[in-house]
Design a protein around this ligand. Structure first.
Ligand code: DGP
Length: 114
């Protein structure tokens, strides 16, 4: 997608601090970290949000979740724990309309989600 920030990161137009990648996903450090560890994992295919997932695209979400435990180990937060969040749309607080999962950890996180 031409004007998508995360597509530009994926194709190398915008630099990032990469944590993991394979042929289908990229994980990189969030530019505005909200916790000592704050990584985003995104599909390389442009999908607008989790609301756009369907029978044919949901395998990418399964792939992302299969990679998160290994990434968390690499980041040193697997034992202490962490949170995985995806924001959807305006009320969900989604700023970048390219499906992404926040991986947050490295400190005790607030319990309030809303
Ligand atoms: P969300 O509100 O769920 O759409 O979160 C978008 C996140 O993306 C936000 O935490 C900041 C991050 N972000 C936005 N632009 C960039 C960028 O150019 N580079 C990196 N590394 N992160 C970005």
């Amino acid at each position: 997608m031409k004007d998508c920030i995360f597509c530009k990161i994926i194709n190398g137009e915008i630099p990032c601090s990469m944590v993991y990648q394979d042929e289908r996903v990229l994980a990189f450090r969030d530019i505005n970290p909200l916790a000592p560890v704050h990584v985003l994992i995104v599909p390389k295919q442009h999908i607008e949000s989790a609301q756009a997932l369907n029978e044919s695209t949901s395998q990418i979400a399964a792939h992302i979740f299969s990679k998160i435990p290994g990434i968390a180990k690499e980041l040193g937060i697997a034992e202490s724990g962490y949170r995985v969040i995806t924001n959807i749309g305006k009320d969900g607080g989604q700023a970048v309309p390219h499906l992404h999962f926040h991986i947050l950890g490295g400190r005790k996180l607030e319990t309030a989600l809303g």
